[in-house]
Design a protein around this ligand. Structure first.
Ligand SMILES: Cc1cc2nc3c(=O)[nH]c(=O)nc-3n(C[C@H](O)[C@H](O)[C@H](O)COP(=O)(O)OP(=O)(O)OC[C@H]3O[C@@H](n4cnc5c(N)ncnc54)[C@H](O)[C@@H]3O)c2cc1C
Ligand code: FES
Length: 261
């Protein structure tokens, strides 16, 4: 596990995806050599003096954002504009400055010779993009992604939408059991809303399939200090609260006490 470091970096490029989603690219060769899929950074728009003078205008909290891509140090963050912090990030353009704290968290284990199934929901997509790039040369990979509507979907092998606007109508877990059998899956990686992860875990536990889930949690410090992000992890009789930002965000799915969250 790396110790998170604070740096300021210029945005090299910005990509528009949909009305709500965009990608910010930075360049940092040392971080590029150190990061792993599933890790994240705490990021925040660097306030200009002018902005800082407008009381209450600059969100104080850093926001946890997964590594979407890493091209040897060209690091991308794919972001959905949902609230004050991500809205401030959405206003940034190439040349603007970011404050970053990271890399944070443990990341996904990357194996070889597996039949891997990736399952993502909504903003669970970005870490899976980086993960599938690391897996694809040494494993068979099948990727299912689900969103509320077409605007929440991105390239993968199979898409589900709740409103049926693209792909199959329904939730992404609807196809999980069938695809585990069809593609002879022996490992599952997941990232998305907690109910989706819990539903996926029920299926992988029933089928005794290894499963690593990346959890979302509200984070304050993001670096293991405040214990604001803890979740219950362990066996039914012997569990403890672990920090999503430090011991996670990736956990063995069967060890998360979903019934207590
Ligand atoms: C480890 C980790 C990795 C993440 N990676 C990404 C990523 O790659 N791209 C991305 O766009 N987002 C990612 N997120 C989610 C992102 O951090 C939140 O959307 C962001 O913090 C919202 O802040 P805000 O100030 O814009 O909105 P807020 O005003 O704080 O919240 C807006 C809405 O989003 C909900 N919300 C906020 N934070 C969370 C959360 N952690 N879990 C569930 N619901 C939440 C709130 O309930 C509210 O409805 C990640 C979160 C975690 C914990
Ligand atoms: S957010 Fe502070 S310990 Fe995790």
């Amino acid at each position: 596990m790396n110790n998170p470091q604070y740096r300021q970096r210029a945005i090299q490029a910005r990509e528009e995806l949909t009305d709500d989603y965009f990608i910010l690219w930075i360049w940092d060769e040392a971080w590029g050599a150190a990061v792993r899929p599933g890790q994240f950074f705490e990021i925040r728009a660097l306030a200009s003096l002018e902005d800082a003078q407008v009381a209450g205008h600059i969100p104080k909290l850093f926001k946890p954002i997964s590594i979407y891509d890493n091209q040897g140090g060209r690091i991308g963050f794919m972001i959905k504009n949902v609230g004050k912090g991500t809205n401030a990030l959405s206003k940034l353009r190439a040349g603007d400055m970011l404050e970053l704290l990271g890399p944070a968290g443990n990341g996904f284990p990357v194996y070889r010779g597996k039949h891997a199934l990736l399952i993502s929901g909504g903003i669970g997509y970005p870490p899976m993009w980086y993960l599938q790039k690391e897996l694809i040369n040494h494993n068979q990979v099948y990727w299912m992604h689900g969103g509320a509507t077409q605007g929440d979907t991105f390239p993968c092998d199979e898409i589900f939408t709740e409103d049926g606007s693209i792909g199959k109508k329904g939730r992404v877990c609807d196809g999980l059991k069938e695809n585990i059998a069809k593609y002879d899956i022996d490992i599952v990686y997941s990232c998305g809303p907690l109910p989706m992860l819990a539903a996926a875990t029920a299926i992988t536990q029933e089928l005794a399939i290894e499963h690593y889930a990346s959890l979302e949690a509200y984070m304050a410090c993001g670096i293991g200090v405040c214990y604001g992000c803890v979740i219950p992890v362990g066996s039914a009789l012997n569990w403890d609260y672990l920090r999503v930002c430090k011991e996670g965000p990736v956990f063995k799915a069967e060890e998360v006490r979903w019934e207590l969250i």
